[in-house]
Ligand binder design. Structure first.
Ligand code: LRH
Ligand code: MN
Ligand code: MN
Length: 424
């Protein structure tokens, strides 16, 4: 469901006076302001298809109403988000949850909505109904070659689906690992996994990237075969130039210094992309910026510093995606909040006086270093983010407009199922 253009215009009109007041101080530094607006307009954050419905935990799921039941409906929802904020112009699909019946039709629907297909994700962490062999004891690490072959074949099929839609990357997240000491020979598990990844890598088209996502624990609780950035980097280095490490913010042990990880991966040219979310305890998959916005800012500071140092394009040289789950909020509201949090952190990072910071570092002026970072972090940049949206044709206040327009009620009226096709 898309909104009428006039609805957005009317919404903006009623807020325009106030907006001009709050954005005015930022216009003083005209050049910097315009540069930031341009960067924000280009910055697109992909929405994962599986975040469009209510998630749940292993204890239960409380589905909301009007959630998408088909790939077409998932695209519709991303189209609406993108219409509201002009920064959600991509969707990331998960196979087999999102196998398109007609790739051409899906492609033209996406095109009409201004949405491109981000990374395609494989799934060897669940057994599917028509599957010959089980992944209970792993997929690419499995001791049985036939299971490994099945997982390799699945990933190759995922690449084929991605090709048909115009995706340019494959994300592999493996739940492989062990639950108890002694269950697994770590070295052999690594080698088997590497061999499998190598076969998949060999099937990648020339202009594709492969993202190796790591996770410290869960569903395996003693070891994970891609458990941290070191292991992911090892795989990526051994695989070749098209392989990169993917950082999911929720996949670290508590208090990990993610910004330092980001900086070093960038330095090595091996950072591929992000799964944004927030967490307090583990892989909580909470709304981006809801728990630790300072950490998010520090990560973006390293991204901006490192990407500028390497001459990289902020918008296109890394994969940007949300990977969150919504148990108690309307998923679309939650996603609007997440995208906003990402843009705020990005804008704050763009405000950091990089030259002054570098000089202060050189002088070991620790207090000034902190001042410079916090000066940017404590700036309320929401007017800048809103101005970028306004110029792109979006809403000054996307979440408010979503609510005022009673979108969820309308969707509930014409969608039958409340069950997201994820099999979860
Ligand atoms: C599991 C997970 C992971 C993947 C996604 C498909 O932790 O959330 O982050 O990217 O499932
Ligand atoms: Mn993830
Ligand atoms: Mn996760």
């Amino acid at each position: 469901m898309l909104l009428e253009k006039d609805t957005i215009l009317a919404h903006n009109e009623t807020r325009m006076h106030r907006h001009h007041q709050v954005v005015a101080p930022f216009r003083d530094n005209f050049e910097k302001f315009e540069k930031i607006i341009e960067l924000l307009t280009r910055f697109q954050v992909a929405i994962p298809s599986w975040a469009l419905g209510t998630g749940g935990t292993r204890f239960g799921r409380f589905p909301g109403k009007g959630e998408p039941g088909s790939l077409e409906e998932k695209l519709e929802d991303v189209g609406l988000l993108h219409q509201l904020n002009c920064n959600s112009g991509a969707i990331s699909l998960h196979i087999p949850w999102d196998i398109p019946e007609s790739p051409d039709r899906i492609r033209s629907q996406a095109e009409a909505l201004g949405i491109r297909f981000d990374a395609v994700n494989s799934n060897t962490f669940q057994d599917q109904a028509d599957q010959a062999l089980s992944y209970k004891f792993g997929s690419l690490q499995h001791v049985d070659k036939a299971v490994r072959q099945q997982a390799i074949q699945h990933n190759i099929e995922v690449i084929e689906h991605g090709k048909a839609l115009g995706s340019k990357s494959l994300t592999v997240w493996l739940s492989d690992g062990s639950c108890f000491p002694g269950q697994l020979n770590f070295r052999k598990a690594f080698q088997r996994t590497l061999e499998g990844l190598q076969e998949i890598y060999a099937s990648l088209p020339a202009d594709w990237k492969m993202f190796v996502e790591y996770k410290a624990f869960e569903p395996n609780f003693y070891s994970m075969s891609v458990g941290d950035w070191g292991q992911s980097l090892l795989y990526a280095q051994k695989l070749g130039p098209k392989a990169f490490t993917l950082v999911d913010l929720g996949h670290h042990l508590p208090n990990a210094n993610i910004e330092q990880i980001v900086s070093l991966l960038l330095m090595e040219g091996k950072l591929g992309g992000f799964h944004f979310n927030d967490s307090k305890y583990g892989d909580d998959d909470l709304t981006v910026g809801s728990i630790n916005p300072y950490q998010l800012f520090l990560i973006f500071h390293e991204l901006v510093e490192g990407m500028n140092a390497r001459g990289m394009h902020h918008a296109t040289d890394l994969g940007w995606m949300i990977d969150a789950s919504h148990n108690v909020k309307d998923p679309l509201e939650d996603l609007l909040q997440s995208v906003e949090a990402i843009l705020i952190a990005y804008t704050q990072a763009l405000l950091v006086d990089a030259e002054a910071l570098s000089a202060a570092q050189q002088q070991n002026d620790v207090a000034l270093c902190q001042e410079l970072l916090q000066e940017a972090f404590r700036t309320d940049v929401r007017p800048i983010v809103a101005e970028a949206r306004l110029r792109a044709g979006g809403a000054l206040q996307p979440l408010q407009l979503y609510r005022e327009s009673n979108v969820r009620r309308a969707l509930t009226g014409h969608r039958r199922s409340g069950k997201l096709a994820t099999g979860l």
